[in-house]
Design a protein around this ligand. Structure first.
Ligand code: BEZ
Ligand code: FE
Length: 287
């Protein structure tokens, strides 16, 4: 440890021990970074300017810092250290910046009501919410959001009604949920800010593989925020937000004709995805 770092650390002595630990570790890693890469003063100021510019881009509807955290894998790293559970639980995955209030809908409802419904591939999504022993959870709430076929969420696109491609569903007595929508598409994360500039500068593409977002809650269980990804998507191995986990990839089934069961007229795709929640009483010792 350098004398300078020792001196800085010796002055971290606030009333909250956890905050002291966080600040000390962060300062230690930042000093190590400086020792390792020996930035010029110009480079250091450019880094600070980048952070200032990032802050200026933030509004109540847009948080560029969260986007940077997602794009550098930090959000996923924090997610990983906070969601230990049984082997068969559904893994969590980053929330992303596009969750917003969701209209409650009846099971089976269409969540797509704009012109994208004519353009997109009709898709039925269904599954069950279960605990990790396989017991169905009736009355679980499934909050669902997705982008349209051009990659835009309702909150990014004035031509979509608010609530389009979103739905809040309550599972039935067998823990089942289902709804109709269009097949999600891969899309780029917003590139018009500092996040996009960074991606460009380090030679990365901005694409996310096609996905649906879920947030599932049930009494007595840990809330679960996760994604479902579609097998075969070209960006599964290079997600700009590093959110893909094998257990979250499902294989859509294509049907050539409509279905009475799912109330769809012509050809459609079917996505089946069960979610397994972890009891609030689960602890590592019990496993
Ligand atoms: C999203 O899928 O909504 C998202 C997640 C992380 C960064 C940007 C977008
Ligand atoms: Fe998304």
């Amino acid at each position: 440890m350098t004398p300078l770092l020792r001196q800085v650390l010796s002055q971290v002595d606030g009333p909250d021990p956890r905050l002291n630990e966080l600040v000390s570790a962060l300062v230690t890693h930042l000093h190590a970074f400086v020792e390792e890469v020996r930035p010029t003063e110009r480079e250091w100021l450019a880094g600070l300017d980048f952070l200032i510019e990032t802050g200026k881009m933030c509004t109540p509807d847009r948080n560029e810092f969260i986007l940077l955290s997602d794009m550098l894998g930090l959000t996923s790293a924090v997610d990983d250290v906070n969601h230990a559970g049984p082997d068969n639980m559904t893994p969590s995955s980053v929330e992303g910046p596009f969750h917003s209030p969701t209209p409650a809908r009846e099971l089976g409802a269409w969540i797509s009501s704009g012109p994208e419904r004519e353009r997109g591939v009709p898709t039925v999504v269904h599954g069950r919410v279960l605990d990790c022993d396989g017991t169905p959870l009736a009355g679980a709430v499934v909050d669902l959001w997705q982008a349209d076929d051009t990659g835009l969420y309702d909150t990014q696109d004035d031509s979509q009604d608010r609530g389009n491609l979103r739905g809040l569903f309550t599972t039935d007595a067998d823990g089942r949920y289902w709804f109709r929508t269009i097949r999600p598409s891969s899309y780029p994360v917003p590139t018009d800010g500092t996040g996009g500039r960074l991606l460009h500068a380090i030679g990365r593409h901005p694409m996310r593989p096609a996905h649906l977002h879920y947030r599932v809650t049930a009494d007595g269980y840990r809330p679960l925020t996760t994604h479902v990804f579609l097998a075969g998507d070209p960006y599964l191995g290079s997600d700009a937000a590093f959110a893909v986990k094998d257990e979250l990839i499902c294989h859509p089934v294509a049907h050539d004709t409509g279905s009475e069961q799912w109330e769809i007229d012509g050809p459609f795709e079917e996505i089946a995805f069960d979610l397994r929640l972890v009891s609030v009483n689960w602890t590592e010792e019990k496993a």
